[in-house]
Design a protein around this ligand. Structure first.
Ligand code: NAD
Ligand code: PPY
Length: 361
């Protein structure tokens, strides 16, 4: 992950190994737009647009870089013909405080920025953006995944992301010699992915414990028969599997040393802060399914449907295939005596490097 103690934005750009950082500040809306292309080695860079009110532009830049790098790994380990990138719209205030007209204007400007990159970066939905937002961006550029089906897009990827995480939980437990039925799973975050995942786990006979900072979502979960805990209890509730489905960065070194879980498998991108924390999890025998393997169902959905022309059935077959990929990662991790994310990065980087680097102009 990008080190935030680095002094300036320029220092951060110098230290990043990615291909391109594009930024623009719009005075009218007070918005910083950031697009980071990590790699186009395997194909055009792709990755969603995240909109949030960040504490600083430096943090927004760092988030975009870390998320873009994870996309390169996700595409490569999933054998998709794309590179990795991501965009961050750093809003002047929280999304909920923007008027519909302001939000539309921001999306249009973002579409203009993407269009200027002439197809080297393709966007899609991410935290705080959805298919309707992609429809707006698509009025300014054709380099957009996940428009609504009425407008010719593949729609929301959340269900296939949840299916991939569910498959990964089954695979991780099987690796530990256990079944899903009767296991206790803590799902942190009941958004589009978390709620769907919780339902699949419940139907499979698991004990589902959930939390969300949104009271309405917690109330829905209670009605569905899940045990609801407070947000602050998520990292200290004993469980067989902890499934982070809210934001990244939740497992730092201290949490890695204390979390009472048998495994960590979720949808959130970059949930573990650094390699040291990954090593602590491994030393404690906590099986961590790398995020960019477990949450690749969304990318398989968007790229499968819109680039490869797959049917929904073919997408689901590919998403189920995440289980096989994850087992290969666990096998390599065991043989190298190294943490699963290190093994997964090794497989993905080999795939990226097997494609010849483009000639410099
Ligand atoms: P979402 O915005 O629909 O849901 C996130 C939920 O987390 C919200 O309900 C929010 O209230 C809750 N939340 C936020 N902070 C919390 C906290 N500290 N504790 C508990 N709950 C909290 O997002 P989503 O589409 O469900 O995605 C979930 C995660 O998975 C995100 O990190 C996203 O980047 C990642 N992801 C999603 C997809 C996809 O296809 N949607 C694909 C890959 C990765
Ligand atoms: C992610 O999987 O983290 C995404 O950002 C979703 C995505 C995947 C592929 C293209 C665009 C967005």
């Amino acid at each position: 992950m990008t080190n935030l103690s680095d002094g300036s934005i320029l220092d951060q750009v110098h230290e990043w190994s990615g291909e391109l950082t594009a930024t623009r500040f719009d005075v009218e809306t007070g918005t910083h737009f950031i697009i980071r292309i990590d790699s186009t080695r395997r194909g055009p860079a792709a990755g969603g647009t995240r909109a949030a009110h960040y504490p600083s532009v430096l943090e927004a830049m760092a988030d975009a870089a870390d998320l873009a790098s994870a996309m390169t790994l996700k595409m490569a380990i999933s054998d998709l013909p794309m590179g990795g990138g991501k965009s961050v719209i750093a809003l002047p205030r929280p999304r909920s405080e923007l008027s519909p007209a302001q939000w539309t204007r921001i999306l249009e400007l973002h579409g203009d920025n993407i269009e200027k990159l002439r197809g080297s970066y393709w966007t899609g939905p991410d935290v705080n953006t959805n298919s309707a937002d992609m429809d707006v961006i698509a009025q300014r550029t054709s380099h957009v995944f996940g428009r609504s089906p009425e407008n010719g897009g593949a729609g929301s990827s959340a269900h296939n992301t949840a299916l991939g995480v569910f498959t990964s939980i089954e695979t991780t437990l099987a690796w530990q010699g256990r079944d899903l039925a009767g296991r206790t799973i803590v799902v942190q975050g009941l958004g589009a992915v978390g709620l769907d995942l919780a339902a699949m786990l419940f139907d499979a006979g698991a004990t589902v414990i959930v939390c969300d900072r949104d009271q309405v979502r917690s109330a829905i979960a209670e009605r569905l028969g899940y045990k609801v805990i407070r947000v602050e209890e998520a990292l200290s509730t004993p469980c067989d599997v902890f499934a982070p489905c809210a934001m990244g960065g939740v497992i730092d070194r201290n949490v890695a040393a204390s979390i009472p879980a048998g495994a960590i498998v979720g949808a959130a991108n970059n949930p573990v802060t650094d390699e040291h924390a990954e090593a602590i999890l491994m030393r404690r025998g906590i099986q961590y399914a790398p995020d960019f393997v477990a949450n690749a169902g969304g990318a398989l959905h968007l790229v499968g449907r819109e680039v490869l022309g797959w049917s929904e059935g073919a997408v689901q077959q590919a998403v189920r295939g995440i289980g096989k990929t994850l087992t290969e990662v666990f096998e390599l991790s065991a043989s190298l005596d190294n943490a699963p994310p290190a093994a997964a990065r090794q497989i993905a980087r080999q795939r990226v490097e097997s494609v010849p680097a483009p000639r410099r102009g």
